[in-house]
Design a protein around this ligand. Structure first.
Ligand code: BGC
Length: 325
């Protein structure tokens, strides 16, 4: 009997999908968009590794369009009898058809960002108060809440104690979210915050950003409209523009999620499923998608800043030194 493995990544209801046909050894990969660097990389890595493992690969991008991606996925799995679905990086919500989930530890990404801020400002000892603003991710992406919660669980006690002050008053996830993670959306909101709350010359000491595309928007906004001292800014992904900004002193840190690691893990899981072997998971409790708790494999996110980026990104071959110039 044919067996199909589908790897799906959700964005609102959006997917990145890999469907593998056991007998035909064909794998379909559907990523959400080409707009953001990371999904191009993920797609490329998946293709490279799957081809090296002997599969034929059909890689597609869905232009952030739910219907388009559903059509892609439907076409990919049409010919199969049994479908095993693996969510790739983003959990597919409200479906009991998801068998596995491979991602990075999303809550930990937020914890790393929050802890960085806590330590950089020495919040336990410094007098403060410090001004902070917050930019989070896409409300339609299940990961975004984990990033936000991980960071806010570290920082909330200091907000409650008055050591961190959010002058805009915008702290709830719904107030700080960035639909589709778009740089321009984050930039427009940040410009509004700067002109409404910091035109009096007060400094922004820290801007918590959930990822690099939103951090870039905040950095662009500050460059255009802010005269105070440059704040601590967090990020995630080590996108090329953001690593350049780290080198230039415009972004303090990022969280490196080596997409090669995730791709390797997923290819391994595909192989295990197709061989009928036990599938590698290391978390069976965290990721409930509204219908079921999906057995997951969480890869480790890694702290990155100007001091370790060369070892992490260049020496490891993730980027060439030239790409970061
Ligand atoms: C990913 C992040 C990424 C964001 C925007 C999230 O689902 O986990 O790494 O920054 O999407 O692409």
């Amino acid at each position: 009997m044919k067996k199909i493995v589908a790897l799906l990544l959700s964005l609102v209801m959006m997917l990145a999908c890999v469907s593998a046909l056991a007998d035909g050894q064909k794998v379909g990969v559907s990523m959400p968009t080409k707009d953001l660097q990371r999904w191009n990389q993920d797609g490329e890595n998946m293709q490279k590794l799957l081809e090296a493992a002997g599969y034929e690969v059909d890689l597609q991008f869905a232009s952030n369009d739910v219907q388009q991606q559903l059509n892609q996925v439907t076409n990919m799995i049409n010919s199969g009898a049994n479908v095993v679905v693996i969510a790739y990086d983003r959990l597919l919500m409200e479906s009991d058809a998801v068998s596995y989930y491979a991602t990075f530890d999303n809550y930990k990404v937020g914890t790393v960002q929050g802890t960085y801020i806590k330590e950089a400002l020495d919040l336990d000892n410094a007098e403060g108060p410090f001004n902070m603003e917050i930019t989070a991710g896409d409300p339609g992406d299940n990961n975004a809440n984990y990033f936000y919660s991980g960071a806010m669980d570290v920082l909330n006690p200091y907000i409650e104690a008055g050591k961190l002050v959010v002058k805009s008053g915008q702290t709830a996830f719904s107030d700080v979210a960035t639909p589709t993670w778009k740089t321009e959306v984050a930039q427009t909101r940040a410009e509004g915050i700067v002109s409404s709350y910091y035109a009096d010359g007060s400094n922004i000491d820290v801007w918590l950003c959930s990822n690099d595309s939103t951090a870039l928007g905040v950095e662009n906004a500050l460059e255009a409209s802010y005269d105070g001292e440059w704040p601590i800014i967090t990020g995630q992904d080590c996108d090329i523009s953001n690593v350049k900004n780290m080198i230039a002193g415009k972004q303090s840190m990022s969280v490196f999620k080596d997409t090669r690691t995730l791709a390797e893990q997923v290819v391994k899981m595909v192989g295990q499923i197709l061989a009928g072997e036990t599938v590698d998971v290391n978390d069976t409790e965290t990721y409930n998608n509204g219908k079921i708790t999906v057995p997951s494999f969480l890869c480790e996110p890694v702290f990155a800043d100007v001091n370790n980026y060369e070892a992490l990104l260049v020496d490891s071959g993730y980027y060439t030194a030239d790409q970061l110039k």
